[in-house]
Design a protein around this ligand. Structure first.
Ligand code: AMP
Ligand code: MG
Length: 339
């Protein structure tokens, strides 16, 4: 299949929307990461997302809407807390999981009786939802397991020849996937951290429960509240090892383990004295920049053919919790603690 490369100009968006309406797959920019979109009402179109990504069929997708009234066709009921959160954080990087309405295809929900919904803020994503007239089911636009793409050229690396089109909307402003919460129970439950932080959720919804899978590997035999959390994820070819400690402890650890193929993925300004090649992903105290750069840094490790990447461990506060959660999975939970 010849993949079309579209700009974010009007004629191109009209053409991309026509493809979506016809049941084709189109990669689209959002404020979090690029998404691989299909008409969420079309089970066959949604099924082809799983094939294009190589995604396990038990991992459900997020449905993207442009207007709150589209929720009514997707969910069985809208809890008051979801109304309140939508009022403050939609459009934006917050996904909420509801009991699903009849008629949402099983391919979207991977057979669950719940559905994940988000209203993105990216103008191109919103325009495409409006022009196509469909809610769009869209996971991240990478091959399953590899780091999420934050620009169109990374999408093309994974998806050229496998999907109908890629819409280039420039670099994603957030850089990590949306916050995912369940609003089905008595209490809001965080399943995946993102740019809408625990503090931001609690300011509107009261105490938020943090699912064990956010920070720990799933115990043998346990079922994941969010199926995506059970896979080794976001991982480059290189073996990633998180190293927790201050700049000096990190540097000494990396240098003690220097060898052919070893690289450092460190914080900006902490490169001095490293005895191995390095990449950086934002300042230690700047989790917003870390989020913007972390996936690109993981992809660059492979371009540099790193065998091992000792990665400075981010502080898990605010959006830093999302960066830490992704790096933990990229590292397969391998963490060296020096403090
Ligand atoms: P992605 O953004 O491509 O990484 O995938 C969407 C994420 O949302 C995955 O981690 C899914 O497991 C999660 N998700 C989607 N729908 C549901 C649902 N109904 N219940 C729990 N988690 C969900
Ligand atoms: Mg993904």
């Amino acid at each position: 299949m010849q993949t079309k490369h579209y700009t974010d100009q009007k004629e191109d968006l009209i053409a991309a929307a026509a493809l979506l309406r016809a049941g084709e797959l189109v990669a689209i920019p959002t404020e979090t990461v690029y998404g691989l979109a299909a008409d969420a009402r079309n089970g066959a179109a949604v099924a082809s997302i799983f094939t294009a990504k190589g995604r396990p069929s038990d991992n459900p997708l997020i449905v993207h809407i442009a207007d709150k009234c589209e929720l009514n066709t997707l969910v069985a009921e809208i809890p008051a807390v979801a109304e309140a959160l939508a009022e403050v954080y939609w459009p934006g990087p917050l996904t909420m999981i509801f009991n699903k309405a009849e008629g949402v295809p099983n391919e979207v929900t991977a057979g669950l009786d719940t559905v994940a919904v988000r209203m993105p803020s990216h103008p191109v994503a919103r325009r495409l939802i409006e022009l196509s007239g469909c809610p769009l089911a869209a996971p991240s636009a990478n091959r399953s397991g590899s780091p999420s793409p934050t620009d169109a050229h990374r999408v093309a690396e994974d998806m050229d020849g496998r999907i109908a089109a890629i819409v280039d909307g420039g670099a994603c402003s957030v850089g990590v996937e949306s916050t995912v919460i369940s609003v089905c129970g008595d209490r809001v439950r965080l399943l995946r951290p993102g740019a809408v932080t625990v503090e931001m959720l609690e300011a509107v919804a009261g105490a938020v429960e943090i699912d064990e899978a956010v920070l720990k590997p799933l115990r043998d035999g346990a079922t994941a509240a969010s199926p995506g959390m059970k896979y080794k994820h976001y991982a480059p070819e290189a073996r990633v090892v998180l190293v927790r400690g201050d700049a000096a402890a990190y540097r000494d650890y990396v240098n003690a383990n220097a060898a052919e193929g070893v690289m450092a993925l460190c914080f900006d300004g902490e490169e001095q004295g490293l005895a191995v090649p390095y990449l950086t992903y934002g300042h230690r105290d700047d989790a917003v920049t870390q989020a913007q750069q972390v996936f690109e840094a993981l992809r660059l490790l492979d371009e540099r053919q790193a065998a091992v990447a000792y990665t400075a461990c981010p502080s898990p506060e605010g959006i830093g919790l999302a960066v830490y959660n992704r790096l933990l999975r990229a590292a397969g939970f391998e963490v060296v603690i020096l403090d």
